[in-house]
Write a protein that binds this ligand. Structure first.
Ligand code: NAD
Ligand code: UDP
Length: 336
C-alpha cells in the first residue's frame, strides 16, 4: 500500500515508518518539523538503506495534502501530526484546537476530495479522563480533563460522524497508552525539546547526566509503593500495531476504537529501578507533591486489539529502558 504519514518525522511516526517500509509498504512522510528534526530523515535512511519521500508542509494546507494524496496515489493515511503536551494545552487551548482539530478537518477534506477513505488516527488514553474502573476497555466512558484530550475526543467524534454519513470510510482510532523506548539501532527515539514532561525521557536524561535528579510527583497514591502507575508500551510494539490495524481495516468498514497498551501497569519507582538496571547508572530522585491532574493508576486491557487484529505488545519494561538508554547515549545533546 501507499501510505501517507502526517507527522511522520515525529517520535511514533518515524518508528512506524520503519516498520511499514520493512513490511513492503511505500510511505510518504509529511511534517512541518514543529516538534521534530530533519536529521531523522538521515537516520531513517541509515536504518532502511533507502531515502523516504518526505514533504515539508503543514497538514492544515488542504491543497498540499490533496496534491500529495493524488500524486503519490495514496491508499491510506496515518494521522500522527498534532500537538501533544497536556500542560501546554491548558495554557494555550486555542493553539491546540487550531492545530489538532483544524488539522484533522483539513486532512479529511483532502481525503474526501481525493477519495482516500482509509485512516488510522493517533488518539490517546487521555480521552478516557479519570479511570472509573481498571483495566480500561474501549467501552469505558470518555471524559478528557484537558484541552489536548478534548481535541482528540472531538476528532474521534468527527470521524464517527463521517463513517455514519458514508459507509465506505474505514477508520480506526488508536488509543495509545504510554509509548516509550526507541528503535533497536539507537538511531531514532524520543527527543523532546526543552525539559521533558514525560517520565521516561526525563529519567534517561538524568541517567545520562544531563539533569541532576528526577522529581517524583507524589508517593502518597493508593498504589503498591505510593507512586503513579501507567501502562508503558514499547514504541516498536506500537508501530507494529499500526501495520495490524491497516490489515484490519482492509476487511472492516466503519469506525473503530482500539486500545494500544500492554495491559500491565508499572509504578514510577519500578520504572526508575528498571532504568537503573538497563543503564547501569544511578537515577537520583526526590519526591515532590502530586502533579495537578495526574491520576493514581491508568492501564489498558488490550484484549480487543488481540481479538480483532491479532496484535499484542511483546516487549518488556527492560527492553523499553534498554532501547531508551541506547538512544540517549548515542544522541545526547546538551540540555537547555
Ligand atoms: P511528535 O511531536 O514526536 O510527532 C508529531 C509530529 O507532528 C511532529 O514531528 C510535528 O513536527 C508534526 N506536526 C505537528 N503539527 C503539525 C502540522 N500542523 N502539520 C504537519 N506536521 C505537524 O509526537 P508523537 O509522540 O510522535 O505523537 C504522535 C501522535 O500520537 C500525536 O498525535 C500525539 O497526540 C499522539 N499520542 C502520543 C502519545 C505519546 O506519549 N507520545 C500518547 C498518545 C497519543
Ligand atoms: N512522573 C514523575 N516525574 C516526572 C514525570 C512524570 O513522577 O518528571 C510520573 C507521573 O506523575 C505519572 C508517571 O510518571 O505517574 C507517568 O507520567 P507521564 O507524564 O510520562 O505520563 P502520563 O502521566 O501522561 O500518563
Amino acid at each position: 500500500m501507499n501510505i501517507l504519514l502526517t507527522g511522520g518525522a515525529g517520535y511514533i511516526g518515524s518508528h512506524t515508518a520503519v516498520v511499514l517500509t520493512q513490511a513492503n509498504h511505500e510511505v510518504v512522510l509529511l511534517d512541518n518539523f514543529y516538534n521534530s528534526h530533519k536529521r531523522v530523515l538521515g537516520q531513517l535512511q541509515k536504518i532502511l538503506g533507502k531515502n523516504l519521500h518526505c514533504v515539508d508542509g503543514d497538514v492544515r494546507n488542504t491543497t498540499l495534502i490533496t496534491k500529495i494524496l493524488q500524486d503519490c496515489k495514496i491508499d491510506a493515511v496515518i494521522h500522527f501530526a498534532g500537538l501533544k503536551a497536556v500542560g501546554e494545552s491548558v495554557q494555550n487551548p486555542i493553539e491546540y484546537y487550531a492545530n489538532n482539530v483544524q488539522g484533522a478537518i483539513s486532512l479529511l477534506e483532502a481525503m474526501k476530495f481525493a477519495n482516500v477513505k482509509t485512516l488510522l488516527f493517533s488518539s490517546s488514553a487521555t480521552v478516557y479522563g479519570d479511570p472509573q474502573y481498571l483495566p480500561i476497555d474501549e467501552n469505558h466512558p470518555t471524559g478528557p480533563t484537558n484541552p489536548y484530550g478534548k481535541s482528540k475526543l472531538h476528532i474521534e467524534e468527527m470521524l464517527k460522524d463521517l463513517t455514519n454519513s458514508d459507509n465506505e470510510w474505514k477508520i480506526a482510532c488508536l488509543r495509545y497508552f504510554n509509548p516509550v523506548g526507541a528503535h533497536e539501532s539507537g538511531l531514532i527515539g524520543e527527543n523532546p525539546a526543552g525539559i521533558p514532561n514525560n517520565l521516561l525521557p526525563y529519567i534517561a536524561q538524568v541517567a545520562g547526566g544531563m539533569r541532576s535528579d528526577l522529581a517524583v510527583f507524589g508517593d502518597d497514591y493508593p498504589t503498591i509503593d505510593g507512586t503513579g502507575i501507567r501502562d508503558y508500551i514499547h514504541v516498536m510494539d506500537l508501530a507494529e500495531g499500526h501495520v495490524k490495524a491497516l490489515e484490519f481495516l482492509e476487511v472492516n468498514n466503519g469506525w473503530h476504537a482500539l486500545n494500544l497498551g500492554t495491559g500491565r501497569g508499572y509504578s514510577v519507582f519500578e520504572v526508575i529501578e528498571a532504568f537503573e538496571k538497563a543503564s547501569a547508572r544511578k537515577v537520583p530522585y526526590h519526591v515532590v507533591s502530586r502533579r495537578l491532574g495526574d491520576v493514581s493508576e491508568c492501564y489498558a486491557t488490550p484484549q480487543k486489539a488481540k481479538v480483532v487484529m491479532s496484535w499484542s505488545a511483546t516487549r518488556s519494561l527492560h527492553e523499553m529502558c534498554l532501547s531508551a538508554w541506547d538512544f540517549q547515549r548515542l544522541n545526547s545533546v546538551a540540555a537547555p
